[in-house]
Design a binder for this molecule. Sequence first.
Ligand code: SF4
Length: 406
Amino acid sequence: MATAISVSSIFSTHSPKLSALPTLSLYIHIPWCVKKCPYCDFNSHEIGKKGSSLLEDEYVSALIRDLEMALPQIWGRPVTSVFLGGGTPSLLSAQAVDKLLTHVRMLLPLELSAEITLEANPGTFEAQKFADFRAAGINRLSIGIQSFNPRHLQALGRIHGDKEAHHAIEIALKNFDNVNLDLMYALPDQTLEEASHDIALACASGVPHISAYHLTLEPNTLFYRFPPSLPDDDLAAEMQLMIEQTVSSWGYANYEISAFAKPNYQSCHNLNYWQFGDYLGIGAGAHSKISFQHKIIRQMRYKQPKQYLAKLLTKDSVGDPIQSEHEIQAEDRVFEFMMNALRLTSGFQVDSLQARTGMPITTIQQQLEEAEQRNLISWDHYRIMPTLTGRRFLNDLLQIFLKCKE
Ligand code: SF4
């Protein structure tokens, strides 16, 4: 390979240019939940608490206004996927989702085959409503099951029990063929057998996609302040291994650290994040990453639903819903790219680094060599992939690329 060049020296003289803009997806945030879960650090607000209420009509109008105002930044770019996340988007009526998606189609060149996902809480499932979501254009459901064990669901503060979990999957599969189940492991006082039972039930349900996340204690959550008794690292690692082996025996491929899919059911929307694609995020607290030829920006919209609504719907107002915006500096681009792309089992194509960041692969030659020597990646002229060790010790692998910023 050519001699390594330091990133800072390359970009001190000129701004890196992108030869083409990446794939663009749309994220729509719905910021309300029936009840706040004690482990959750998402921008979700409990209905009825501190005057928070589901203001469906106003919020849908604000989202449409938000999208209209964002159009100049993404003008003419095709949108390959839409994701309604939260919060609990399944609290919306099917009519509201229909209105929203109708405007999305009118305002954006949404590809005919676009994946359109709605996140649903098993505590909000009604058969007719989900048939109507399907008719409105939703073609993928992501259900927050978390566990099938009543004791663990209670410990997690979920509003559903095991019966609702099974019922939700049954209704989902009647209306959708593309369904994801979100599960969590390393739950309070969970045993390996209990985790194994959860994952076996998820696989046996017949859904084509499963996401399994390690429960972590995030700052600003109730669990962080009052930590429950959690499995130790060794047991959590055993659970992770058991999950990987179980889903593999059921025919799911582990294409990303926490994501498992049957053939042709990988999540297009999430793949776009991991491939360092662009996304426009609308709604309270939504994040965006948008590329231009000479810069890449990140934005965040106002987090509090009331503040977000006030910015967009105050009489005569054309307020800006964007609370903060910054450019991703050249020296940060590689690390951010790596942080996403190395989550994927198949890694990334060598030329995609330059396409997405404007930086030649030679700028990270030293880091790649170090990672290879430590058996954390393998690579040829086309692809760079994390090894099994690299996936297990992803933080160690990423530390190597943190040096790109120095
Ligand atoms: S339902 Fe989901 S978004 Fe809402 S509080 Fe619980 S974990 Fe957070």
